[in-house]
Design a protein around this ligand. Structure first.
Ligand code: SAM
Length: 210
């Protein structure tokens, strides 16, 4: 059953999402920070690198731009914000036919599962009631690896997001994946400490289907 468009998705499709695109930049510094994170993540896939990769919620594609320097995979993406999709196409981040207008709770799953499906700063913007459906779609989309890079909190909590309520939810996303999808094993995890990496004090997890 497809999920109804949520309040959170409408928020990202609208003015807030457009302004986020305007604020986001693809300087070599920003891409370099992603590059160094993906070097760490890809270590867990050494010898069996993904040949097809789906990012759910790429915005202007900082991850994909960096990952392209590290592997030869074919990239796919699902992004609800039209302005972000326009940048992705105009700047040749990925081919038009590989980019969907959709959101984690409702998109066309790939006919052949990709080797790696991932989110980066996206599960945090999904209401806890909708999270399982979103993760189920991501899980079905991947034949091998799942990665998420998200804000961590020991207990689920909602925090204010630039003055907006109900738009940012932190939790232990790693445990959420393992508890809900017993076929996953955790290959590794790490913390991107802002003081050393420039990233946003968030945690990544790498999972493989057993
Ligand atoms: C904080 S940005 C992160 C962008 C990118 N992943 C990165 O790491 O730079 C969140 C992105 O996810 C998109 N988004 C928000 N809710 C989503 C959902 N339910 N499914 C897919 N994408 C979503 C937004 O439009 C936005 O592009």
């Amino acid at each position: 059953m497809p999920q109804k468009e949520t309040e959170q998705v409408k928020f990202w499709r609208g003015e807030f999402g457009d302004t986020y695109v305007d604020r986001n930049t693809t300087t070599s510094n920003h891409i370099g920070m992603r590059l160094s994170m993906w070097v760490k993540i890809f270590r867990f896939m050494a010898g069996d690198m993904p040949k097809s990769i789906l990012e759910v919620g790429p915005n202007i594609g900082l991850n994909i731009r960096a990952m392209k320097m590290l592997c030869d995979a074919e990239f796919f993406a699902v992004e609800p914000n039209a302005k972000a999709r326009k940048v992705l196409i105009e700047e040749n981040v990925l081919p038009k036919e590989n980019l969907q207008n959709g959101f984690a709770g409702d998109f066309k799953l790939p006919d052949t599962p990709v080797d790696l499906a991932f989110t980066s700063g996206v599960l945090i913007h999904i209401h806890p009631d909708d999270l399982l459906k979103a993760c189920t779609n991501i899980h079905k989309s991947s034949g091998k690896y799942i990665v998420c890079y998200e804000y961590f909190s020991d207990k689920p909590e909602m925090i204010d997001y630039r003055g907006h309520g109900d738009k940012l939810f932190k939790r232990d996303f790693g445990s959420f994946w393992l508890e809900n999808f017993p076929d996953l094993k955790c290959l590794g995890y790490g913390f991107e400490w802002k003081a050393m990496t420039g990233m946003d004090n968030a945690t990544w997890w790498v999972f493989e289907k057993k």
